[in-house]
Design a protein around this ligand. Structure first.
Ligand code: TMP
Length: 224
């Protein structure tokens, strides 16, 4: 019953929330579920995540950024995803390849053919069975992120009384950058309609969750 599901979307699109809700639903239904994320799904990945997104992350050339996300992916696929799929588990990953193509390709403007080739090599040809794209207006997603950062105690922000957390290298990017990333995600979904399920990240959480559950159950029935 192995199934590989990825969640993609811009900052604040709700993908992490919906990955968690789907995991809870599937576990309650008796499926063995592995919840993971990129970057940072392995010990090496956690170090790469700090280098990319930590509070003291250094400036990085776009190509360095791309190579670090690819290195994180190789560790993730080798150490976590493939072994879990081989053991018949359902793997839910908060971000995967489409984030690299959307952020480093469409967002940063790196050559798309190079980005695609490096990503394909990094993931060793592994392709998700289902990719959920949480599509959400950029302004709304960024509002959610800055709200989280500036309201201590809400949704994992700084503890009460602490200074607001710094925005990371992507959260600080321009609206135009995030618009390019969002357009990239939509182009990727349009090119592979059979693998993607595009949901409205700004819609009420219950209806989005119901749609995601229905889609995951359909794929699980097909995989059985
Ligand atoms: P998140 O885990 O909070 O979504 O943060 C991950 C950040 O890293 C997010 O801004 C998107 C970015 N990212 C890339 O630019 N390329 C990638 O390949 C991945 C996986 C994430």
């Amino acid at each position: 019953m192995a199934l590989f599901v990825t969640f993609e979307g811009i900052e604040g699109s709700g993908k992490s929330t919906h990955a968690r809700l789907l995991a809870e639903h599937l576990r309650a239904a008796g499926y063995p579920v592995v919840e993971t994320r990129e970057p940072g799904g392995t010990p090496a990945g956690a170090a790469i995540r700090r280098l990319l997104l930590g509070a003291d992350a250094p400036p990085l050339a776009p190509l360095t950024e791309l190579l670090l996300y690819c290195a994180d992916r190789t560790e993730h696929v080798t150490e976590v995803i493939r072994p879990a799929l081989a053991a018949g588990r359902v793997v839910l990953s908060d971000r995967f390849s489409e984030s690299t193509i959307a952020y480093q390709g469409y967002g940063r403007g790196l050559d798309l053919a190079v980005v695609r080739a490096l990503d394909a090599h990094a993931r060793g040809g592994l392709v998700p069975d289902l990719t959920i794209l949480l599509d959400c207006p950029v302004a709304e997603g960024l509002n959610r992120i800055t709200g989280r950062r500036q309201s201590p105690g809400q949704g994992g922000a700084a503890p009460s009384g602490a200074a607001p957390l710094e925005l990371d290298r992507f959260e600080r990017e321009t609206l135009a950058f995030h618009e390019r990333v969002g357009a990239g995600f939509r182009a990727l979904a349009a090119a592979e309609p059979a693998r993607f399920c595009v949901v409205d990240g700004a819609a009420p959480i219950e209806s989005v969750h119901a749609r995601i559950v229905a889609e995951a159950e359909r794929r699980l029935a097909k995989a059985a």
